[in-house]
Design a protein around this ligand. Sequence first.
Ligand code: NDP
Length: 434
Amino acid sequence: ARNNPHQPEFLQAVTEVMETLWPFIEKNPRYADQALLERLVEPERVVMFRVCWTDDHGQVQVNKGYRIQHSMAIGPYKGGLRFHPSVTLSVLKFLAFEQTFKNALTTLPMGGGKGGSDFDPKGKSPAEVMRFCQAFASELFRHVGADTDVPAGDIGVGGREVGYIAGMVKKLSNRADCVLTGKGLAFGGSLIRPEATGYGCVYFAQEMLKTRGRGFEGLRVSVSGSGNVAQYSVEKAMELGAKVITVSDSSGTIIDEEGFTPEKLAILMEVKNRLYGRVSDYAARTGVKFEAGVRPWHVPVDVALPSATQNELDDNDALTLIRNGVLCVAEGANMPCTNEAAKTFEKAGVLYAPGKASNAGGVATSGLEMSQNAIRLSWSREEVDAKLLGIMQNIHGVCVEHGKRADGSVSYIAGANIAGFAKVADAMMAQGVI
Ligand code: NDP
């Protein structure tokens, strides 16, 4: 804390990992040698830069840009870009730290990184968004490359923004490498990448439910957020027979006791992805209930999939969900549950998966996009989806193996942290003190 003042999210993520790792390190003291833990919590490189762009009124705007290159131990730095006014060094350092373990869990050769800006895309015209992305890329291009650092999307950075950034990086570097993942299908994107994080999260929850002899059929599900991860979580949960009751955004929650249908989801996607609207606009178009200023966690459900942002589900929310009989919580977002909420779920025997395990499907499919670009081939939808399912099942298996308690129950937090850590730590030790 002394070395990283005013970085609460980063300290929160490190604390969560270190608390669960400690018993493992005591049993395997070689992992504490050569200041390995101290090296692991320090990003290899942090780039901070100015982004200047001109708005539609001719005013010059200045934003902060960042790229955190946390670890190259296993492969090129890899992790998304986030554009949101809440972006700070602390938020991106926590995300890059978590990403390093998540990427290790996928078993694909990817290191960990994250980046972004405090730019707020809300209310900006399409031309402003393009100019901002190009200005951001005019500095980012120096630091990225297919074998160095391969960014992707995250909050506020979807297919449109990835396209603008990739276009400018290519122009400035004069190389058509795989500079970003999450690209459009017309210029090197992978089928299933848009769906991958949401689908992957539901696949992971399905594996967890199987351990209790259950499936999604007939279960009530709440999803928070209404962006990329949320939309495809809704789609897959519905496909598996669940009734999805909620989605949300920062202004409030949709509560639909009838449950989502493919037709309603298509309207949500149109409102969010084409019109850049709010869930209240979706409510106005469909007539479903919208509760302003509240989060979805008071709604009784069997499965909760928090898929918006960090710390959106606190201890009180966890207690409410437990009182209402929740069976399984799988994180689609990164660190949406506070550390206290996560512990409360585990103590109550709820199946609880941390994002670094349950939302790893997005980056895993980005890894598959990198492979396809490298061999200059595109795989079919079925092929990529089957690989995604296999990767999620494998991560689930590894979490069970490393997270099994003496009484036979499983801590997915411990399992994910130990398995991810051991892989990164072994790679670091093999490459010496660098
Ligand atoms: P989107 O930008 O597509 O959607 C973000 C959603 O979260 C929106 O509904 C947004 O609502 C809501 N949200 C964002 N910030 C806040 C906030 N401060 N308070 C309340 N709601 C908020 O992003 P994604 O779906 O891509 O990302 C969602 C989460 O999933 C993030 O934690 C991200 O890191 C994680 N993730 C994403 C992956 C991906 O492949 N995209 C991969 C792995 C993890 P509003 O419009 O009101 O801001």
